[in-house]
Write a protein that binds this ligand. Structure first.
Ligand code: NAD
Length: 310
């Protein structure tokens, strides 16, 4: 029989499971037969005003539909909360088979005006939040014969962002952390360990977080993102490892893996600044940054547009 995509008999935890994409992932996991830990701090978009109601409401929704769920209302940026979420799964159902981490906040500000608190909070929720869950999850998964799955939530903004440098940096960290977890999982498996996979979804969907994004660009619904999280946590997706997938509407795209492209060697013992200045443009050059290229194209288009006459 082909490996199944459903989650019957599995237990998963979904951070940020109380709203937006996390809620859609939690509901989809329950619909596919999983026991679900709905973990959500119940905060506003900027991370303020925590409430335990939001996680509870989705757990109740799952139970009302005949599924099995428990709610945890902790803050994922707190180290002990990662362990608490995994313990809620293991104490209730005896295992943790999948962890998806869509919990997130935004505090927009240009880098030159950003406060230390705006930086610390966003990096803590996204990057440390992923670390806390991966750390607690892997400690358990590596001892389960069936292993498990980690699904990080990145963003196309990990490439760069004008007004969300804290968020972009945190998402870049999530990508590197997830690739590191994937590498560790592969090395454990080489030494006879259980199957564990770690991947990232870079979603785009209409939620409160994307309200201010100019969506003449492509978007979709949170429910469009959820099947990919289910797949990556199912037995059918277990061999997928160390990947970043954009998921938006009907489109799923895989990101490339970063690698060196071109090299040059010093003619003597080491490079001098003048030697680099002479050789670098022709030898290794630069790689176009897609967002910067786009801004430069718009700048030159503006320069070429004739000014309207009075
Ligand atoms: N919506 C998009 O288009 C989009 C685009 C790129 C990336 N993402 C990423 O997808 C993920 C989900 O985004 P969304 O649009 O559903 O956001 P959302 O604001 O709708 O939901 C985020 C949830 O995370 C919870 N949360 C926030 N801080 C928390 C904390 N410290 N501990 C526990 N829970 C916490 C909130 O209470 C909320 O329920 C995020 O990681 C986001 O960065 C979303």
């Amino acid at each position: 029989m082909a490996e199944t995509c459903h989650l019957e008999g599995k237990t998963v935890a979904v951070t940020g499971g109380g709203s937006g994409i996390g809620r859609a992932v939690a509901l989809a996991c329950a619909a596919e037969g999983a026991n679900v830990v709905v973990a959500d701090y119940g905060v506003d978009l900027d991370g303020s005003n925590p409430s335990s109601e939001r996680a509870r409401a989705v757990a109740d929704e799952i139970a009302a539909a005949g599924g099995a769920a428990v709610a945890v209302a902790g803050d994922v940026s707190v180290f002990a909360v990662g362990a608490e979420i995994v313990a809620a799964a293991c104490d209730t159902w005896g295992a943790i088979d999948g962890i998806a981490c869509p919990a997130g906040v935004l505090r927009e500000r240009m880098l030159f005006n950003m406060t230390e608190e705006e930086w610390d909070h966003v990096v803590a929720v996204h990057l440390k939040g992923h670390f806390n869950l991966y750390r607690a999850g892997l400690a358990r998964m590596r001892k389960q014969p069936t292993g498990g799955s980690l699904v990080g939530f990145a963003s196309g903004a990990f490439v760069a962002s004008v007004a969300q440098a804290n968020y972009a940096a945190a998402k870049g960290g999530v990508v590197s952390l997830t690739r590191s977890a994937a590498l560790l999982a592969a090395s454990l498996r080489l030494r006879g360990g259980p199957p564990i996979n770690a991947n990232c979804i870079a979603p785009v969907a209409r939620t409160r977080m994307s309200e201010n994004v100019p969506f003449e660009i492509e978007t979709g619904e949170p429910a469009d993102v959820a099947p990919m999280a289910v797949y990556l946590m199912s037995d059918a997706g277990r061999e997928v490892n160390a990947q970043i997938y954009t998921v938006v509407g009907r489109r799923i795209s895989v990101w490339n893996q970063p690698a060196e492209l071109r090299s040059m060697w010093a003619p003597g013992d080491r490079w001098t600044p003048a030697g680099i200045a002479e050789m670098l443009p022709g030898a290794v050059g630069q790689e176009p940054h897609p967002f910067v290229v786009d801004l430069e194209r718009r700048l030159s288009a503006r320069a070429e547009t004739p000014r309207s006459q009075p």
